[in-house]
Design a protein around this ligand. Structure first.
Ligand SMILES: NC(=O)c1ccc[n+]([C@@H]2O[C@H](COP(=O)([O-])OP(=O)(O)OC[C@H]3O[C@@H](n4cnc5c(N)ncnc54)[C@H](O)[C@@H]3O)[C@@H](O)[C@H]2O)c1
Ligand SMILES: [Zn+2]
Length: 308
């Protein structure tokens, strides 16, 4: 199995012919737009629907029918959903004997899901309930961005804002989108190299996500819009806890507000924080600026600070 140190990110053109000897996994929508067809192509359902045990099993059976083993390469062409289920299947098939190349086709996949080896399936309606680590190479081809919808672009931009705040440089937002994406992808790779299994520093990538998950659930917002809201509210929380100063908090809150719609944070959303994966002994887990270290707070304290 590949180690994270050997997992590369390359930037270039995805040319189907170069992958004739590999096994390609995608969905029909992407396949139709980009003419991805052939005996070596497997189609998964679109989006989140692909992240099931049933799909992972179908994929493993297809690998078996193709007699794949050590030395063979799988190429996942798609967004985070295709990448998550293909990575999961590669992790369990012949105990990780295959090699995997991610070809991310969404901003989210380019800056986030294709990097760092985390995979996931949803079980009984619980998102990302099971998963493993399977480190893979990445080929990022920016021309896939041309066919993304507005929601998908916004989702990516919310994650990008998170990276800009983590590295403390608001001016990155002025650079062309391709450069922003490459910056974020390389930043995530560096963090994952230092902490591949999320035992310390890698947790800071969860900044904004405690509030984001609650707002995503309550309002059905695109993930990145929810992350931008999470950035807004968690920065307020950090300021009220004395973890960052007023100028810092104002600056980033204003930037989030100028780029995204900010929605009210409600009692119902606060209650749903009790389900968050980062919680410990019933306390709500956050990763807060300016240090981006984990913080645990009682629900009553969170309500007092956020429902003002
Ligand atoms: N493993 C990780 O570290 C990690 C990190 C972040 C997100 N994720 C997961 O990623 C998933 C979300 O991924 P996503 O936002 O990339 O969306 P997605 O993979 O769910 O894809 C959404 C839709 O976009 C379409 N699509 C993909 N690329 C396209 C393109 N270039 N042009 C037109 N349509 C295109 C697909 O056909 C699909 O219908 C979630 O399940 C999330 O949990 C995983
Ligand atoms: Zn996210």
């Amino acid at each position: 199995m590949k180690k994270i140190d050997d997992a590369r990110i390359d930037y270039g053109k995805f040319v189907l012919d170069d992958y004739r000897d590999d096994s390609i996994v995608t969905d029909r929508h992407i396949a139709e737009i980009y003419g991805i067809r052939g005996k070596n192509v497997f189609y998964l359902p679109r989006g989140e629907q692909a992240k099931t045990f049933a799909c992972a099993q179908r994929l493993c059976k297809w690998f078996l029918r193709r007699r794949l083993g050590a030395g063979n390469r799988v190429v996942a062409v798609g967004g985070g959903s295709i990448g998550d289920v293909t990575g999961f299947a590669c992790g369990i098939y012949k105990r990780g004997a295959l090699r995997l190349l991610h070809v991310p086709t969404t901003v989210v996949a380019m800056v986030d899901s294709a990097i760092g080896g985390k995979t996931a399936l949803d079980v009984d309606g619980v998102k990302n309930a099971v998963g493993n680590y399977f480190f893979a190479d990445v080929l990022t081809d920016f021309s896939f961005l041309a066919t993304l919808g507005d929601d998908q672009l916004l989702s990516g931009k919310g994650e990008i804002l998170k990276y800009f705040m983590l590295c403390g440089d608001p001016d990155l937002v002025k650079r062309p989108l391709n450069e922003q994406i490459a910056f974020c992808a390389d930043y995530k790779r560096e963090v994952c190299l230092r902490d591949p299994y999320c035992e310390g520093e890698r947790n800071k990538l969860n900044f904004g996500h405690t509030v984001a998950h609650a707002m995503e659930l309550a309002l059905g917002l695109p993930h990145g819009v929810a992350v931008a809201n999470g950035i807004f509210y968690e920065t307020s929380l950090a300021f009220r806890l004395g973890l960052c100063d007023a100028n810092y908090a104002e600056h980033w809150r204003n930037l989030a507000k100028s780029l995204f719609d900010v929605y009210p944070f409600t009692e119902e959303m606060a209650e749903s924080l009790l389900q968050d994966k980062k919680n410990v002994n019933g306390q709500i887990g956050f990763v807060l600026p300016a240090e981006f270290k984990p913080v645990l707070l009682d629900i009553s304290r969170v309500k007092a600070l956020l429902l003002q």
